[in-house]
Write a protein that binds this ligand. Sequence first.
Ligand code: RIB
Length: 341
Amino acid sequence: MANINDVAERAKVSITTVSHVINQTRYVSDDLTERVRKAMEELDYHPNSLARGLRSGKTKTIGLVIPDISNQFFAEISRKIEDKGYENGYSVILCNTDDDPYKEKSYIDVLLAKKVEGIIFISAGVESNHLEKTIKFNIPIVVVDRDIKENDYDIVLVDNSVGGFDATKYLIELGHQRIACIAGPSPITPSAQRVAGYKQALQEAGIPIDTNLIIPGDFHYESGDKAMRALLALPQPPTAVFACNDMMALGAFRAVNNQGMKIPEDISVIGFDNIPFSQTVYPTLTTMAQPIHEMADLVVDLLVDKIKLHRQRARTNERELNYKRIVLETKLIKRNSCRAI
Ligand code: RIB
């Protein structure tokens, strides 16, 4: 396999010139540049980008840590982040933690070992104190979607309590009084805030909160099915259900269908996220849309800026002091899974 010496010999230039052409670290005349590129092509020479990156500290790689790639919310945001990262010249290393904090910790170690220039992070749970390492190693990091206890990170997320409030208010405006909520995993912030919005909407409408109508789920499909079965088994079942994410809403659909009942004729269901499945399921799912693509664009722009600033600070060893918290709005998408009572 050809090396940089072979290229220099073939192009009749110095190794330094070849290096400057590859790394664009100094002006090289068009003629010499052409000779070097031609020699690289003829010798099928590919510079070792990892070695180059480790030397320059510019691996042009970012890490993306997400909890559950099987959930279209994370698949969609990952795809958009990868697109935007690629547009900015970065490769993205995807780390799927399966909601497991231990796996999350080991992936942080992997990303640090691979010298990523920055990390985009969606927490598996609440405890993310192993993120401290990224501070210690001074790696730029942007958090998405899920608040974490420490608040000294830039973060992009939606106003989850307003989203939960709007979803529930919509059902109330359709005339529903017995409205249930299938909650997400309580320690994870988006879920707790959505349930708070649900309760506030009931309180403002003068509807008493019946804790039997609040069933915990785990953001996965099966938990939505199980929660809906429990709700339908109540002496007084609900006439409408707010599921704190679309995957659980789709699981609830299965429970209703298995009982020989119909949505929305027998029960209305509203979700949260607006994943692609929500438009293809029958009936189509009414849901609170998160601006997934806008979130992805914002986090990549934030991280790329932080990486640039980080390089400047590296020379002055200055620490970052101010962090951004960008809160976006959800939007009610009316489809066919809810009806007036
Ligand atoms: O569907 C997965 C949920 O977890 C989404 O609502 C998203 O907000 C994430 O936190």
